[in-house]
Design a protein. Structure first.
Length: 245
């Protein structure tokens, strides 16, 4: 499989190492405007593009890939305001796009656990729910895309919560997300239910970027030849069923 890497930070470099180990080829890397100006023609020669770039460039990168009819795997976060339109254009133009705010298999199992716990705790109004997330100092968006998924799932399963907010909660219908940026932390997410009597917490802690990179490569291997908009739920279901459909 020939891969185009869009973004060549620490995640892009980790993907490159794992992809080569799995027998794939990194055909071209786009990490700056100059790269696009010099090498965009090479995009047409690849089988799939994997993007871990930045919120500033991601939407433009998507349409470059649409124009070249190249399926795309996206791990970049911080662009949710554009997601609905991109999804619509993907379907309308018969393109292929796989987006996940987090490619870790463990995190996606954590999502399931979070939804289940939210359903249980929705009946217990004495517990106040909150989210904390910690990442490395180079992460550009806050809260993280993963924290936003956790928050939205809690809101859907808890009638007394209507929206999430950054940091300080002013009204009982709000769900607070606190974000910390420190050193070289790959990613830690904590969902906490607190009452006067006790606390309940679930935590996911990433130990390295390897899990994220492997998930992205698995997604790239899976979407080649497909059309449509996909996410980790589709990939995990396919893996469980041992099918390419």
């Amino acid at each position: 499989m020939k891969i185009a890497l869009l973004g060549y930070g620490k995640m892009g470099q980790e993907i490159e190492k794992l992809a080569i180990k799995r027998g794939h080829e990194i055909s071209v890397i786009f990490d700056s405007l100059e790269d696009w100006e010099n090498d965009e023609i090479q995009l047409a020669e690849v089988d799939v593009a994997i993007d871990f770039s930045s919120p500033v460039s991601i939407v433009e990168n998507i349409y470059h890939c649409f124009d070249a009819n190249i399926p795309m795997v996206i791990g970049t976060t911080g662009w949710l305001d554009d997601l609905e339109k991109v999804q619509q254009d993907c379907i309308a133009r018969d393109q292929c796009l796989f987006f996940a705010p987090n490619f870790s298999i463990g995190v996606n199992l954590f999502f399931n656990l979070n939804r289940y716990l939210a359903g249980l705790m929705s009946k217990w109004e004495d517990y106040t729910v909150s989210i904390e997330e910690t990442h490395h100092i180079h992460k550009q968006d806050a809260p993280s895309g993963t924290a936003i998924v956790l928050a939205n799932d809690i809101i859907r399963h808890t009638e007394r919560k209507e929206k999430w907010v950054k940091e300080t909660v002013e009204n009982p219908e709000e769900l607070g997300i606190k974000s910390y940026r420190t050193d070289n932390v790959p990613g830690t997410h904590v969902v906490k239910y607190d009452s006067e009597e006790d606390s309940i917490e679930i935590t996911h802690t990433a130990k390295s970027r390897r899990g994220f990179a492997m998930g992205a490569i698995m997604a790239a291997e899976w979407i080649v030849g497909k059309k449509g908009f996909f996410d980790m739920k589709n990939l995990l279901e396919a893996q469980i069923l041992n099918t390419s459909e």
